[in-house]
Write a protein that binds this ligand. Structure first.
Ligand SMILES: Cc1ncc(COP(=O)(O)O)c(C=O)c1O
Length: 326
């Protein structure tokens, strides 16, 4: 922090896009809180939802009782996402959502396939599993990770097709259980074009590979559609991950949402239900989920995608000029 002079300002409070420092200055916060602050700091409806939850003494821990908040949030996610993306799991961090999605894909194939592909420039988190799926540029020290990872060049469909064709099991069948991609890569500001994404979908369908879109950073309107992939009608991943602004700037919550047949094939039996994903103590806690419900309501009511396009029209020319100049 000190090398760049950050961390010297002491913040008193923050509202909307403004940070108020203790020495009375106001700072226009362009950071977006690393993707967490689509709603701005302390959105009044988010604060009110949390206060309501507390005042009514709602139940936080739901392990032995049905949680209406968890159910409502899952229902609402299914309502705003296209197709049969209907089954949600709600842990606390993006990395856990990614790892949950990867476990789902592995289990979907009954442990018979052993290769998982991720982009060379990817960022999927920093736990041991998600870290091993994060591209080399972000990862200059090798920690142990999951096995069978293969990096493909981001956006290069021909290369990816060749790598999938080369990944065969002993009997010549496809060995790839999942392909991960950030349709828009926030850490590099690159994106996949429509031809790549549709071709990838076709390839995954043909080879029965679970296609995972990581939209942890890009969700909830940032790119002009609710999720980046939704700009292309009919394009559907098997699993999508989200976090960051999903919690309305207040709650540490993430999700993976899976297509129902994929989820059911993996976990829908008494024997397998508890293998489910990254189930941790705090997943789907009450106030976290109630906050996320309101965060989605606001993103829809205030039409965040349209607002992002509006802001783009204002800022893009100046940002492009800055990028060229520097
Ligand atoms: C695309 C993407 N995936 C995964 C993650 C990991 O999320 P978390 O930091 O909550 O573990 C991030 C975090 O920046 C991200 O941008």
């Amino acid at each position: 922090m000190t090398s760049f002079g950050f961390g010297r300002e002491l913040v008193d409070h923050a509202e909307g896009a403004i940070i108020h420092t203790r020495d009375g200055r106001q700072i226009l916060d362009f950071t977006g809180g690393v993707g967490v602050l689509n709603h701005g700091h302390n959105h009044p409806r988010i604060l009110a939802a949390r206060q309501r939850f507390q005042e009514r003494r709602r139940m936080e821990v739901h392990k032995t009782y049905f949680s209406p908040y968890l159910a409502a949030l899952s229902h609402n996610l299914a309502a705003v996402l296209p197709g049969d993306l209907n089954m949600s799991f709600l842990p606390n961090s993006g990395a856990e959502a990614v790892e949950g999605a990867v476990k789902l894909a592995y289990k979907y194939h009954g442990g018979r396939r052993n290769t998982i592909m991720h982009a060379d420039i990817s960022f999927h988190g920093k736990l041991l599993g998600s870290g091993s799926l994060t591209g080399g540029a972000q990862n200059h020290f090798k920690f142990p990770g999951i096995s069978g990872t293969v990096a493909y060049p981001y956006g290069d469909l021909d290369a990816l097709r060749a790598q999938v064709a080369a990944a065969r099991d002993d009997r010549g069948g496809c060995d790839v259980y999942a392909i991960l991609v950030e349709p828009f890569s926030a850490s590099t500001m690159r994106h996949c074009d429509e031809e790549f994404l549709r071709g990838l979908r076709e390839l995954c369908t043909a080879e029965d590979i679970v296609l995972i879109f990581d939209e942890i950073y890009t969700g909830w309107g940032k790119t002009g559609t609710l999720f980046y992939f939704m700009r292309y009608p009919g394009l559907l991943p098997d699993v999508v991950t989200t976090s960051k602004s999903f919690g309305g700037g207040k709650s540490s919550i993430s999700a993976y949402v899976a297509r129902e047949p994929v989820f059911r094939k993996a976990y829908d039996s008494l024997n397998d239900a508890l293998l489910q994903s990254t189930s941790t103590t705090y997943y789907g806690f009450g106030e976290e989920t109630a906050t996320a419900i309101e965060a989605i309501n606001i993103a829809v009511d205030e039409d965040f995608p349209a607002r992002a396009l509006q802001i783009e029209r204002v800022l893009a020319p100046g940002l492009d000029r800055l990028a060229k100049e520097h």
